[in-house]
Design a binder for this molecule. Structure first.
Ligand code: NDP
Length: 268
């Protein structure tokens, strides 16, 4: 029997998730339907109820509903718990378990696809929104030397850091960073509106720069980073594919060959 899955968001029409999950399905021989479900801003829970009442097997959740999904699920994994945000819900026997696969996806892209060992590295994260909350737990799990969160609104960075209570985690002002990092992650949404987050150029000299935004929206920040000496600057398409692969494994019990799908998407 064909199992039904969906990504729920608002807006959601731009989402690559249906395409990626269908590619995984073809690759692994799983019979599935995967659609993009636009939920009204005041109707996320209603949308979930009708999807699951009709036999839906699971959903991915995107902006702006990840926190609402966390409030709705009946249980959740460690990373969703520490982030207070859920991006994957699996239905099973009347229970709805929430997961957050964003950070696992980022770490897997950095380590497996880009060959970067995070152990002992100095990591700078720009931004302190929902997506950054989701990546902190898995990043700390990869044993970096330190993770510095630098956000335009410093109070928000401080709140985030306080939430994790880890001595390797602290905040800084993005304008006044005076030393270089090994890895710089742009977790702001600045690229979505064509602007660049402010950060001292010194911080990115020789760094691997990772923009969580992907495609055209990542071009300006990656170009700026290369101009200022970054060793490498990449967009977040790999993170998107890897978080989807993790969700696919939760839905179907089989891990797709995400590297092959990432190559296919990059070449298309
Ligand atoms: P939020 O709206 O929760 O947070 C946005 C963050 O960006 C805030 O910290 C905000 O700062 C900062 N920001 C926005 N504009 C600027 C600017 N012009 N200069 C400096 N900082 C700015 O968004 P999310 O955290 O949910 O998402 C962040 C990005 O991550 C999005 O672009 C999203 O597409 C991407 N993402 C990618 C994924 C992937 O798989 N590749 C997965 C999830 C997200 P302030 O607090 O001061 O307002």
């Amino acid at each position: 029997m064909t199992r039904r899955f969906a990504v729920v968001g608002n807006p959601v029409g731009h989402s690559l998730s249906p395409r990626i999950h269908r590619m995984f399905g073809l690759q692994t021989g799983r019979d599935l339907q995967y659609e993009a479900l636009l939920a009204p801003l005041d109707g996320f829970v209603r949308t979930l109820h009708s999807f699951f009442a009709a036999g839906g097997g699971g959903v991915n959740v995107t902006l702006p509903f990840k926190e609402a999904a966390f409030d709705w699920v009946t249980s959740c994994d460690e990373y969703a718990g520490s982030a207070g945000a859920v991006n994957t819900i699996v239905a099973s026997g009347g229970e709805y378990r929430g997961y957050n696969t964003d950070g696992i996806g980022l770490v897997r892209d950095l380590t497996t696809n880009l060959g970067c060992d995070l152990k002992g590295k100095r990591v700078l994260i720009l931004g302190a929104g929902g997506a950054v909350r989701g990546i902190i737990g898995p990043l700390l799990g990869a044993s970096p030397n330190c993770v510095i969160v630098a956000n335009r609104t410093s109070a928000k960075a401080q709140l985030l850091v306080d939430r994790f209570e880890d001595p390797r985690l602290s905040t800084a002002n993005p304008d006044s960073l005076d030393h270089a990092f090994d890895i710089v992650i742009n977790g702001t949404s600045a690229g979505l509106v064509g602007s660049l987050p402010k950060v001292a150029a010194r911080a990115i000299e020789t760094a691997l720069v990772y923009d969580m935004v992907y495609g055209e929206n990542a071009v300006p920040f990656c170009a700026w980073a290369r101009e200022h000496g970054a060793a490498q600057a990449v967009d977040g398409l790999g993170m998107l594919v890897e978080q989807a692969a993790e969700a696919f494994a939760l839905f179907h019990g089989v891990r797709p060959d995400s590297g092959a799908i990432l190559n296919e998407l990059r070449n298309s």
